[in-house]
Design a protein around this ligand. Structure first.
Ligand SMILES: [Zn+2]
Length: 264
């Protein structure tokens, strides 16, 4: 299988986490940036395990606070474009919208502007995105519709909605836009019956598994700092929900991730 969304602490045991991920049978992982620390972790992982740890860089919603006006946004996009090329990024991430802290209209508008600009950059570079969306489903769908590359969307390679916990309606809006669904350890949480009911409805060739490490350790690893090797527990749970043998499901998740982030 493949951990389609994880973060590394550059001051942590990155080499050990990668070694354990390989031992656990992972075929690869997407090392996701989004802020200075996560970017550095992704860069370090990619340097330690080229071809296995694939890097993604981007500006997450918190960066929206420090970007003022059109000129600053254009400058940030130019710098990001340069970095994506220089670092051999396979995706933009993580990017997206988060309205879960009671953001007002001005904050929301800044987040939307930053997200839209990065979606346009991804379309220009023909790169998929690793997308965060929390309490912002309608705006997420609208901006994806307006800004995604039609070619990538048609190929089912527009990106992944990471840590997908949405409704069947949200999934039905995302699938035609070429989005994949990143299922995290949340599928194993006791409170996640609604999500578990949606999983069998997702198109199988769009299902990914992820840890979002260091967050969201799956059952039975709850309470521990999460790391990519733990994605095996999430994959097992999703396989059960799909009624697939574990090995077949793991191969499917790896193939879906390869198609998205490392097409031949
Ligand atoms: Zn993340």
């Amino acid at each position: 299988m493949f951990d389609s969304h994880c973060h590394f602490d550059p001051d942590g045991d990155v080499a050990g986490q990668i070694a354990r991920a390989r031992e656990a049978g992972l075929a690869g992982l997407l090392a996701v940036g989004g802020d200075a620390k996560a970017d550095e972790g992704a860069r370090l992982a990619a340097a330690l395990a080229p071809g296995f740890a694939l890097p993604a860089y981007g500006l997450d919603r918190d960066a929206a606070d420090s970007i003022e006006g059109r000129e600053e946004l254009d400058a940030a996009m130019a710098a990001l474009e340069e970095r994506l090329a220089a670092e051999g990024a396979v995706a933009l991430g993580e990017i997206g919208l988060d309205y879960s802290h009671g953001e007002g209209p001005a904050d929301r508008a800044r987040q939307r502007a930053l997200f839209a600009a990065q979606l346009r950059l991804a379309a220009k570079l023909a790169l998929p995105c690793s997308i965060h969306s929390r309490d912002a489903e309608a705006d997420t769908v609208e901006l994806l519709r307006e800004n995604l590359s039609p070619e990538l969307a048609a190929a089912g390679r527009a990106g992944s909605l990471h840590c997908f916990v949405g409704s069947a309606e949200f999934a039905a809006a995302l699938a035609p836009l070429g989005l994949c669904f990143g299922l995290s350890g949340i599928v194993s949480f006791r409170s996640a019956d609604a999500l578990r009911a949606v999983v069998p409805l997702l198109p199988r060739d769009r299902i990914l598994v992820e840890t979002d490490s260091p967050y969201l350790a799956p059952v039975p690893m709850r309470g521990r700092p999460c790391e990519p090797a733990f994605v095996v527990h999430t994959a097992r749970r999703v396989a059960e929900l799909l009624g697939l043998p574990e090995a077949e499901a793991s191969a499917l998740f790896a193939e879906n991730a390869r198609r998205l982030f490392a097409p031949a």
